[in-house]
Design a protein around this ligand. Structure first.
Ligand SMILES: Cc1cc2nc3c(=O)[nH]c(=O)nc-3n(C[C@H](O)[C@H](O)[C@H](O)COP(=O)(O)OP(=O)(O)OC[C@H]3O[C@@H](n4cnc5c(N)ncnc54)[C@H](O)[C@@H]3O)c2cc1C
Length: 478
């Protein structure tokens, strides 16, 4: 049981930042409410393996309430946060049926992450999904495996080549990893599965606008990654930007200004990141500013100016040009939670100090590049390190175990355990967007009220909250 006087911590987001903050408060005298619009904690670094049929979505996205089930001071709420009132210390949210929720806080930690940026060309999204969510990964899996199916039944040689051409836009870790895995799927994973086409003869092209791929890893590892991808048959094309995309291919522009049309039915967007829209809302509420990537500028202790009890962390935080990586999110989450604990003991907050643990990217099975405190590893040694780190950080024993089994299957046998695709995975997002977006889904839910949609008044929910039946949003007593 918790008392009214217990310090209330609201955490927005159950990703790396939010989850690590919640866990760090395990033994603190606080009531934590963690709000997420998804019911799972997503291990984004392995999304490319979901997209290429190595892992299932459950293995990289365990339920948040399952992870926190033994932490009795945490309540998990499935809702989308829509705004902040920092003066009255409240957070507003909506449940999936659009019914409102209101949360009061004494301390607030916001870790809503980042989404894809198409650099002002959002129309590219329908042809080139990004890779930020489970939906993205399943859609890509459908598109990638579906392209081989389409090629198999295509009579026209030119059209078949377009189905067997895969374009990846962006040569950061995500682009490199997905390019390597699509190549390996084509050359090894799908061997002997088709009769008319040879998947190994597929074309995989990785475009990057910069001078080299994996620019943040330094020249040496960038070069090694390029060599290893080339050995797999991936064409690495740098100094080239994608200027147009449609269903049948992409137009690219080289450094010399010449343009070229590349017929390709499957495109993956792995370039550009934009902070969650909650970042702008939080900045506006606090009178703070956002940087070019939409991240909220925080003080050295990760709090908002003038609001020492409000923290922005992880991918949506702009501080000392720290990168949007899991380590920054985890460490800033722990820092915010620790600051709340320190204050409870009358201690002053300290500035956030980031310990850089390096970067890594896999190229294919048994090949990875790793940069760790000035040490550069590539090939098998890098891959072994990648394996140890990912097994360590994958959340949940069961997930570690089943992921290992799938890796044995893929890395030793070359097989892919997760090759089921459905038309809805491929078409669903675009169809929903064209029909009006998430509002359409909510109106469909509202048209079909069920008892499952009734809210139960909760102690963590502040006064004025609606008690709502699906389809109605009438406030109760507020
Ligand atoms: C494909 C890919 C590969 C990556 N690979 C690596 C890697 O190899 N190494 C590395 O260090 N980093 C990697 N990253 C980056 C890393 O995953 C992020 O830096 C990290 O997840 C950031 O943590 P976060 O808590 O800030 O945000 P997230 O982990 O994105 O969590 C944000 C949470 O907020 C929730 N949320 C968002 N908006 C709302 C809302 N309005 N209401 C309620 N909930 C909301 C989301 O559902 C989500 O659960 C990768 C990222 C991607 C996309």
């Amino acid at each position: 049981m918790t008392s009214q006087a217990t310090h209330r911590v609201v955490i927005v987001g159950g990703g790396f930042g939010g989850l690590f903050a919640a866990r760090f408060l395990k033994h603190a005298a606080v009531d934590v409410t963690l709000i997420d619009r998804a019911n799972y904690h997503l291990f984004q670094p392995l999304l490319y393996q979901v997209a290429t049929g190595i892992l299932s979505e459950g293995e990289v996205a365990p339920p948040i309430r399952g992870i926190l089930r033994r932490q009795s001071n945490v309540r998990v709420e499935f809702a989308t946060v829509t705004g902040f009132d920092l003066e009255h210390q409240t957070v507003t949210a909506v449940r999936p049926d659009d019914s409102p929720r209101l949360y009061e806080f004494d301390s607030l930690i916001v870790s809503a992450g980042a989404g894809q940026s198409y650099f002002g060309h959002d129309e590219f999204a329908q042809y080139a999904p990004g890779m930020k969510t489970i939906d993205d990964a399943l859609e890509l899996r459908g598109r990638i495996l579906g392209a081989f199916e389409m090629a198999e039944t295509e009579d026209d040689e030119e059209a078949r080549r377009a189905w067997q051409t895969f374009v990846i836009v962006g040569g950061g870790p995500t682009g490199v990893e997905i390019a390597g895995q699509v190549a390996e799927l084509a050359r090894v994973g799908l061997k002997d599965n088709f009769r008319r086409i040879d998947p190994a003869r597929s074309r995989i092209v990785l475009f990057d606008g910069g001078e080299e791929i994996l620019a943040n890893f330094g020249d040496h590892l960038s070069q090694r990654a390029t060599e290893q991808l080339s050995k797999l048959g991936v064409e690495v094309v740098t100094g080239t930007v994608v200027t147009e995309i449609d269903a049948t291919g992409v137009t690219v522009k080289g450094a010399d200004g010449t343009t070229q049309w590349v017929p390709a039915r499957t495109k993956v967007w792995a370039a550009g990141v934009q902070a969650s829209p909650l970042s702008g809302l939080l900045a506006a509420a606090a009178g703070a500013t956002v940087d070019r990537a939409g991240r909220v500028e925080v003080l050295p202790d990760c709090t908002l100016p003038g609001h020492p009890n409000v923290f922005a962390i992880g991918d949506m935080m702009s501080l000392n040009q720290l990168p949007g990586v899991a380590e920054v999110a985890m460490q800033s989450g722990i820092h915010a939670a620790n600051t709340i604990k320190r204050r409870q003991h009358g201690k002053e907050p300290a500035p956030f100090k980031y310990r850089d643990l390096g970067s890594m990217a896999t190229i294919s099975r048994f090949r990875a590049v790793v940069e760790f405190k000035g040490i550069h590893l590539s090939g098998f040694a890098g891959w072994l390190m990648w394996l140890v780190v990912h097994i360590t950080f994958l959340t949940g024993f069961k997930n570690r175990f089943t992921a290992l089994l799938h890796w044995v299957n893929t890395f030793l046998g070359g097989g892919r355990a997760e090759r089921t695709i459905t038309l809805r995975q491929v078409m669903g997002r675009v169809a929903i967007e064209q029909a009006g977006g998430d509002a359409l889904l909510r109106s469909l839910i509202a048209e079909h009220p069920t008892d499952a949609g009734r809210t139960t008044p909760s102690p963590a929910t502040a006064a004025g909250t609606s008690s709502t039946v699906l389809g109605s949003t009438a406030p109760e007593g507020g």
